[in-house]
Design a binder for this molecule. Structure first.
Ligand code: ZN
Length: 188
């Protein structure tokens, strides 16, 4: 397994819808194994294939619920259904999320409190996962990556000047930027 570089905002692969997976072979198994290793090393609670430069509809996740239950897996060709998203202002304390492709920053964003993901696993077995709370947020965040959307794209208007300023200060928003978990010291 290999830890792969994580693309940073500006890399076109992050801003373009990814393609359905049609071939389930050893290359795909290696890709998914690398995604788990890269996600764990980052560390992150989710990783979408475009984040390591692969424009395919795949994400991995790892999340421990409050009761200690570990939720961990891969979803290939996911379909997402979500509950209603509140029109209220997001809470800075409890609703701020981050992204390994916009590393080191957090912004609040309203998400649906429930989500259901269907798709297939590496063996093409159908799967369906119901999620609530932060676990549901992870699914929404990772699914957006597959449509070429970063969470910072969805923030309320009031945060957009700060996002722009960060991109300028960091020199992001251009092609070819990445960071390597375990080597580069970045908080995400
Ligand atoms: Zn992300």
């Amino acid at each position: 397994m290999t830890i792969r570089p994580i693309c940073i905002s500006g890399n076109p692969v992050l801003h373009t819808p990814a393609a359905e997976v049609t071939v389930f072979d050893d290359e795909l198994r290696t890709l998914v194994a690398d995604m788990f290793e890269t996600m764990d090393e980052a560390p992150g609670v989710g990783l979408a294939a475009p984040q390591i430069g692969v424009a395919k509809r795949i994400f991995t996740y790892t999340w421990t619920e409050d009761d200690g239950t570990l939720k961990r897996g891969v979803v290939i060709n996911p379909v997402l259904e979500i509950g209603a998203i509140s029109a209220e202002e997001p809470d800075e304390e409890s609703e701020s999320e981050g992204c390994l492709s916009f590393p080191g920053y957090r912004f609040p964003l309203k998400r649906a409190l429930t989500a259901t993901v269907t798709g297939v696993d590496l063996e093409q077995n159908p799967l369906g996962i119901e999620a609530e709370g932060w676990f549901a947020r992870i699914f929404q965040h990772e699914y957006d990556h597959l449509d070429g959307i970063l969470y910072v794209d969805k923030l309320n208007d009031e945060f957009q000047p700060e996002v722009l300023e960060i991109k300028e200060d960091e020199g992001w928003g251009v092609d070819g930027l990445s960071w390597l978990p375990g080597r580069d010291d970045l908080d995400a």
